[in-house]
Design a protein around this ligand. Structure first.
Ligand SMILES: [Zn+2]
Length: 401
């Protein structure tokens, strides 16, 4: 989308939402006049918001919050600081998301002849019902399976020769092990996927040469970004969303290619509209030339959460990235690692990594260390493999004791 077009959509949305008490108050407090926002530079002066702000609005405007829209036809819930918070979707919101998802699925080669099945949850949360709407809009025969019960799910997939599956990748793998073979396209989400090295290969070994489409959405807003059939990273759903990457500590917008926190703004949404909303998710945005025509792309998927950041040797370390890098090891159980940061005798930080599982040999260990240096810009001083990791946190920071 061209910048002028983006600005126009943002201006229109600002005008619409400035009538809501939540935004009216924020604009007043921040000295913002929506009519003065004429460029992306102006836009970046608008203060960021997060779930705590939504929680406060809910408490100040009970029971619905001030972000309720009178044309709401769907209410989903999303975890907040003090419990589940409502997310409102007007008829127009639902139709626009349906249209966007149907276009994305069509671009991946899905058609009305396909039989689709969804194993994401349908109750309370946004995922299952939203994806379902996209497939139905496209005209697929769509089966609402919901999560769990892999044996029964496999039986249904085989009986109806389901060709398109929307599922989290770990459950899809389980279904392959249950003997499901008719799938030609998997729409994955809900878990780290394309950011985990070797994960897609693992699924192709199980299912054969299928299309594997990673996606990223939030409890407050789905879709945010999704791969196309080229599988070159997750294209931002920029008909619906304006996405920025900011420095987590300062909130400053980062240039393309730099790792930071994903911040989203709805371009058209009526119910629960978000303006410069901090997601807490880390990613990298680049503009690429994809044959599908989309440019703004999260090339590395979602890399972790901002709230797990530790500063080691002057570099920001996000532990879940370590988990992603360890996953190609054959004997590794996800999450079974520990980072120990301690003061180095003579000054500086000592960074040790302990992994549960069999020692994979010197060359595999060296490869992991090299990949860490490349991706995290920091490598451990020592890597150790143990048979059983004792109970305890993933990160032990012994520097400030
Ligand atoms: Zn593409």
């Amino acid at each position: 989308m061209k910048e002028a077009e983006k600005i126009k959509l943002l201006q229109e949305q600002l005008k619409r939402i400035s009538a809501l008490p939540f935004y009216e108050n924020r604009f007043q407090a921040g000295g913002i006049n929506p009519e003065d926002i004429r460029s992306l530079e102006d836009f970046q002066k608008i203060p960021l918001m997060d779930t705590k702000d939504l929680q406060k609005d809910l408490e100040e405007h009970p029971p619905l919050s001030s972000l309720f829209h009178p044309d709401t036809i769907r209410v989903t819930l999303s975890p907040g600081p003090k419990g589940l918070m409502p997310v409102y979707h007007s008829r127009q919101d639902v139709e626009e998301v349906n249209k966007e998802l149907a276009a994305m699925y069509r671009a991946c080669g899905v058609g009305p002849e396909d039989i689709a099945a969804i194993t994401f949850g349908y109750h309370l949360f946004i995922a299952g019902i939203t994806i379902h709407g996209g497939f139905e809009t496209l005209g697929c025969k769509t089966i609402p399976l919901g999560p769990g019960e892999s044996e029964r799910t496999a039986e249904i997939l085989n009986r109806f020769k389901v060709t398109v599956l929307a599922s989290n990748p770990s459950f899809a793998l389980k279904l392959a092990q249950e003997g499901v073979r008719s799938i030609r396209l998997l729409f994955a989400g809900g878990e780290p996927f394309s950011s985990v090295e070797g994960y897609k290969e693992k699924l192709r070994q199980a299912f054969g040469p299928i299309g594997l489409i990673d996606s990223y959405g939030l409890g407050q807003s789905t879709p945010v970004a999704r791969e196309c059939k080229e599988e070159r990273g997750l294209h931002v759903a920029d008909n619906l969303i304006f996405l920025e990457i900011v420095e987590p500590e300062t909130g400053k917008v980062l240039p393309h290619g730099e790792r930071g926190e994903v911040v989203i703004t709805h371009l058209r949404r009526q119910g629960s509209p978000l303006l410069r909303f901090r997601t807490g998710d880390l990613s990298v945005m680049e503009h690429i030339d994809c044959p599908c025509g989309r440019k703004a792309t999260l090339t590395k998927g979602v890399l972790g959460r901002t709230d797990e950041m530790h500063k080691v040797k002057g570099v920001k370390l996000y532990p879940s990235q370590i988990d992603h890098l360890l996953r190609p090891l054959p004997d590794y159980t996800p999450g079974k690692y520990r980072v120990i940061i301690s003061p180095k005798p003579g000054g500086g930080d000592l960074f040790q990594l302990i992994v549960e599982g069999k020692y994979p040999g010197p060359s595999a260990t060296e490869k992991i260390v090299e990949r860490m240096k490349e991706t995290l810009l920091i490598k451990p001083d020592k890597v150790e493999f143990v048979e059983k990791l004792p109970e305890g946190p993933k990160v032990m920071d012994e520097r400030y004791k």
